[in-house]
Design a protein around this ligand. Structure first.
Ligand code: TGC
Ligand code: FAD
Length: 401
């Protein structure tokens, strides 16, 4: 294999469209246009640089503005509040195209749109919506979402971050852990307990005294996405920053339903990229005088990949049609997130095998996808937590505690 071939693979986005079951026929003109716009932007602006950013473990924060321009922040939120005014399937398709490039790029959009803009839109008052949403929608502000704590991950209801009433303000104390975008965020939607133990949402702004957001270093996964903590030491947060229209864990879980839905679509993108690269490699690479794709064992891998991708696409599409009618349940969303992320991770592992030694290098996107998916299978609820959510839904028994 020539070094020219290696270089071409790394810098040029060679992705070709795969639609084995003609699922595009189920999509509208608007969906296809949205996909095309994102795909072109990814090919031009992101694919050529993503590997270098991931290798350096640096977040390409300059892409926030571009993500805003292609409508990746809150695609299904109303346009008057900085969203895209599209439907849930368009939102899913956009996430799929972003994650086809890198899960960290999709994370930037998921957090901004579903975990920051959505709660301000859904649970905020009109003043809060007008103040924050246009700036978040245009990428002028970067947001983050603080639910997980050092000692409370899968069980967020145990959180200890708290607010105390102090006249016109609340005094916020506690810490959040594993927060995507926190070190670069201008605003954080933070979930904390009040003096009665009720979970409330607050908009905390960068620069508030006692608020810091140190970066978490040393990740082998999502290296092109920045992750950090949120630390609150007697932070005075004006009462005007409390999200007035929700109380209890259903607040953050409602946002998570939106974001998990996006991941169910997004993960298919990572799987498609691994499949696409494997298919091409299986035709280009020869051993024993034959192309790899001529061996039955390689065909088995490729045939199983496209089968699983197709099943995941149908699951996501059906979930999207339910979501458009407001009928997608948390149990259904958990099923799709869990299935599709596991599917993508297994495909990344098989793709790595097909690429042989080349599969471990940054010349191909495979290993980056595989490592990213190790986070995707954990965040927004772990693989096993989603199994238990679906299990509770079908049996009626709560197996969490
Ligand atoms: P439970 O008693 O079941 O529920 C509490 C209340 O919430 C309601 N509810 C929901 N509401 C809206 N949407 C959902 N999906 C909901 N699921 C439940 C529920 O009806 C109840 O309402 P009410 O009115 O009766 O109070 O709560 P539980 O404490 O037993 O916990 C349930 C459990 C384990 C499923 C939940 O806590 C959970 O999902 N744990 C996983 C934690 C998680 O997903 N964390 C994600 C953090 S954010 C993140 O990872 C971002 S990554 C971003 C990126 O980079 O992309
Ligand atoms: P734990 O809850 O400690 O779980 C450890 C293991 O125990 C898991 O396998 C889990 O499935 C299992 N387990 C736990 N409870 C049970 C049970 N009842 N039955 C069976 N098994 C169980 N959080 C945010 O709030 N905002 C963010 O922006 C954010 N971004 C993230 C970015 C990255 C890169 C990562 C890695 C995480 C991020 N998270 C974020 C946190 C993420 O949501 C949590 O890591 C996740 O919810 C799991 O929590 P934990 O890591 O504390 O694991």
């Amino acid at each position: 294999m020539s070094s020219d071939h290696i270089k071409k693979s790394s810098k040029t986005d060679l992705y070709e469209h795969h639609d084995y079951y003609g699922i595009d026929e189920l999509l509208s003109e608007d969906h296809l246009l949205a996909r095309q716009a994102v795909r072109e932007w990814i090919k031009q602006e992101v694919s050529p640089i993503i590997e270098e950013y991931a290798q350096r473990s640096e977040c390409p924060t300059h892409l926030f503005k571009g993500l805003a321009e292609i409508g990746a922040f809150g695609p299904s939120l109303p346009t008057e509040y900085g969203g895209g005014g599209m439907d849930e399937i368009a939102y899913g398709i956009i996430m799929q195209e972003l994650e086809r490039c890198d899960s960290g790029i999709r994370s930037m959009a998921s957090v901004q749109g579903s975990l920051v803009m959505y709660p301000i839109y859904k649970y905020g008052n009109e003043e809060q919506r007008r103040k924050y949403l246009p700036k978040l929608g245009s990428g002028e502000f970067i947001g983050c979402f603080g639910l997980t704590e050092p000692d409370h991950g899968s069980n967020p209801s145990g959180m200890v971050t708290n607010i105390k009433d102090d006249g016109d303000s609340y005094i916020l104390n506690g810490a959040k852990m594993w927060i995507t975008n926190s070190p670069v965020a201008d605003v954080a939607v933070v979930w904390a307990k009040d003096e009665n133990g009720k979970i409330k949402g607050l908009i905390v702004e960068k620069g508030m005294k006692g608020f810091t957001a140190p970066e978490i270093h040393g990740k082998w996964s999502l290296r092109a996405s920045v992750t950090g903590e949120l630390v609150f030491e007697d932070v005075r947060v004006p009462k005007a920053n409390l999200l007035p229209n929700v109380e209890g864990l259903k607040g953050p879980l409602g946002c998570l339903s939106k974001a998990r839905y996006g991941i169910a679509w997004g993960a298919i993108g990572a799987a498609l990229d691994c499949y696409d690269s494997s298919l091409r490699y299986s035709k280009e690479r020869h051993q024993f005088g034959k192309a790899l794709g001529q061996f039955q064992l390689t065909q088995k891998k490729l045939a199983e990949m496209i089968t699983e991708i197709t099943k995941a696409q149908l699951l996501a599409w059906r979930l999207g049609t339910l979501a458009n009618k407001g009928q997608a349940t948390p149990g259904q969303i958990s099923m799709a997130k869990r299935n599709n992320v596991q599917m993508a991770l297994e495909i990344a592992r098989e793709a790595r095998q097909i690429h042989g030694g080349m599969g471990i290098t940054g010349e191909y996107s495979i290993m980056r996808h595989m490592m990213n998916l190790e986070s995707v299978i954990t965040y927004e609820g772990t693989h096993d937590i989603h199994l238990l959510i679906t299990g509770m839904d079908v049996t009626g028994y709560n197996a969490f505690s």
